[in-house]
Design a protein around this ligand. Structure first.
Ligand code: WTA
Length: 629
């Protein structure tokens, strides 16, 4: 499955476009199927309806685990590095992984979880999180992982949206020097989740938690008595594998649905080709399992490829900013995949945290989640890769399931800030605002994909029309990514950022509408408008303009109220960095907020606000500019 040269890449790409079905069928031959497909692809971007490997039967966990046994029984699947520095690493072999996944799958079955049922996973980055995803997949249950940084309210909404039956959680999580309650948050969320029948609670931080009789069960007690075998349920290629909620430009987060067959084929293929992973290497992706990167490139992709990975519970700056490099040195990591926000934060901490460590094991570096600025790219290249490691700047989305545009390590020549070229099977196209294709090189436009790939989003849970509206109607006949993009003279792609109302804060997608609605819950605020602005470490920060009528409260009190409200409704990740109290917002005569102006103010471009003559009240702008933070 691995491409070995740029020449081969070009030929493979050309073949994948000319005969996509034959191409992907060839790749799919590398997996274990109980029954092969009758047809490779059926698709229609209008409805949309996309099916890959029709009527094939298999189970993804047999491909992630059983297929590697007994040959790899004693090979390490995961080295677990705890939050606390200095603890010995736990090494989880493929056999251990098999046994733990089967035991947990049996617990789920005893809880009454059947094929197709939804299971919510709300856990820190511990091995049990990976076991949980796989245990669900083993029995055909659909996992819905909710990032541990989301609040009780956000968790409740997600559980209810997909009517989950069971929650898998822990007493708490370690985050640097802090302990974060997890079970208490689950308890609060479950005050209004009628579909939840059982909660399995892992003892981790050993904080005392409240256990509700009948509903709540101790992880260890339940799993320890289970046999380490569990037959893998036969799944259809197009049966759902998981739901992952993600923010868009409007309304509440939507549950992106991925199905079993195409997702398996694409995550494994992209993992092997982008990182050029070689047997025996140690691979480390620092993402959280709560995001799609943790699904595709911590759990499924690497396991499908039989890779050895590092699982890290902690944060980059605890106990100090050398933690990543210390782990690379200790575990002799060969492939390291992280986010630009982490790189910028570690760059700011200084080279004294890098120097003590031997990073000579590194062969390939990766970046994901947001555009990487040239300075961070150069720092990463020089100080971490010692100018010897290619950087794969991987562009993709929750909806794409896997990496679509990226260099292939040591094969595609890189350029700072460029995701470079599409993977085989991926057909990007740039269009102008009217949907007209922009051809040639040295151009810029909205990034769309014109042909399906195996791990493309199938639907948004419970609301197919929303999927159609969001991704397939803006430019009919195309999948619209929501990203702006340049194609340079060499035909290389550079993603410039979102063109919709989505902010990318430290690689986390946050919808402005969501933050606004959380802010508007504050009694002090009558209306708000949220925009992104460039932030040195986070990539983008959140700037909130809030209308607060006359009040006896101080600005600081109002600010706290706003922060508390966002924290409660979404979680700490969505807290605004800047809050400006205003008496009005720039609106058109039809009442639409002109975000373009607010964005300019937030970016500090106050002398270049563009045409404001269509505003209902141009004076508002003057006030806003004066009050800029
Ligand atoms: C952005 C994360 C530039 C982009 C895997 C996309 C990137 C959104 C890159 C998806 C990259 C991701 N260069 N921008 N290499 N990777 N993005 O769903 O705006 O959390 O639309 O998936 O992140 O974020 P998501």
């Amino acid at each position: 499955m691995q491409i070995k040269s740029f020449e081969e890449y070009k030929n493979t790409y050309e073949h994948s476009v000319r005969e996509p079905e034959q191409f992907w069928a060839g790749i799919a031959e590398n997996f274990t199927w109980k029954k092969k497909w009758d047809k490779v692809l059926e698709w229609n971007f209008k409805t949309p309806e996309i099916k890959w490997f029709l009527n094939a039967k298999f189970n993804i966990t047999e491909n992630c685990i059983d297929r590697h046994l007994p040959a790899k029984a004693n090979d390490v699947a995961f080295y677990f590095e705890e939050n606390e520095d200095g603890k010995p690493n736990k090494a989880i072999t493929f056999q251990n992984l098999h046994d733990e996944v089967c035991k947990l799958a049996n617990v789920l079955k005893n809880f009454g979880v059947n094929k197709g049922d939804r299971v919510c996973i709300y856990l820190p980055m511990v091995p049990e999180a990976v076991y949980s995803l796989l245990a669900c997949a083993r029995i055909g249950a659909v996992h819905s992982v909710v990032f541990g940084g989301f609040s009780a309210q956000a968790l409740q909404d997600r559980i209810n949206d997909s009517s989950c039956k069971v929650v898998l959680t822990s007493d708490g999580a370690f985050r640097g020097s802090k302990k974060i309650p997890m079970k208490a948050t689950v308890d609060e969320a479950l005050s209004a989740c009628p579909t939840i029948k059982k909660v399995l609670v892992l003892k981790h931080t050993l904080e005392k938690v409240n256990m509700v009789a009948v509903r709540d069960h101790d992880w260890e007690t339940e799993t320890v008595t289970q046999p380490p075998v569990c037959e893998a349920t036969s799944m259809d290629s197009e049966d759902p594998l998981f739901i992952l909620y993600t923010s868009g430009s409007t309304g509440k987060p939507k549950g992106v649905v991925h199905t079993c067959g195409g997702y398996m084929v694409f995550t494994c293929y992209s993992f092997l080709n982008v990182f050029q992973y070689q047997p025996g290497q140690v691979y480390w992706c620092t993402a959280d399992v709560g995001w799609v990167t943790g699904h595709s490139y911590i759990t499924y992709g690497p396991l499908l490829a039989g890779a050895t990975s590092v699982l890290f519970e902690g944060v980059p700056n605890y106990p100090d900013s050398g933690r990543f490099w210390k782990i690379v040195d200790k575990l002799k990591v060969n492939v390291f995949y992280t986010a630009p926000t982490a790189i910028r934060a570690l760059e700011a901490a200084g080279l004294d945290f890098v120097k003590p460590y031997d990073l000579s094991s590194l062969k390939v570096l990766g970046s994901v989640g947001e555009p990487i600025n040239e300075e961070a790219w150069q720092w990463y290249h020089k100080n971490i890769g010692k100018e010897k490691c290619p950087i794969v700047d991987t562009w993709w989305q929750t909806e794409t399931g896997g990496i679509l545009i990226s260099p292939l390590a040591n094969i595609t020549s890189t350029k700072p800030g460029y995701a470079t070229l599409p993977l085989p099977g991926i057909q990007p196209i740039l269009v102008d605002d009217k949907g007209k294709e922009i051809t040639g090189n040295g151009v810029e436009g909205n990034l769309c994909i014109k042909f399906p790939w195996p791990s493309i989003i199938r639907t948004t849970y419970g609301d197919h029309e929303r999927c159609r509206q969001t991704y397939f109607t803006t430019y009919p006949g195309l999948y619209f990514t929501g990203d702006g993009c340049k194609r340079d003279e060499d035909g290389y792609y550079r993603i410039t950022g979102r063109v919709d109302d989505v902010i990318n804060v430290s690689g986390h997608r946050i919808g402005t509408a969501e933050v606004e609605s959380a802010i508007n819950e504050c009694t002090a605020v009558v209306e708000s408008a949220v925009v992104g602005y460039p932030h040195d470490i986070k990539g983008q920060g959140i700037y909130a303009f809030c209308i607060v009528p006359k009040t006896t409260k101080t600005h600081e009190e109002i600010r706290q109220e706003i922060l508390n409200s966002v924290n409660k409704i979404i979680g700490p990740i969505a807290k605004p960095d800047k809050i400006q109290i205003v008496s009005g917002l720039p609106k058109t005569r039809s009442g639409k907020i002109m975000r373009r102006i607010l964005r300019k103010v937030a970016e500090g471009e106050i002398h270049n606000l563009g045409d404001i003559s269509t505003l209902l009240d141009p004076l508002v702008v003057e006030e806003i500019v004066k009050g800029k933070i």
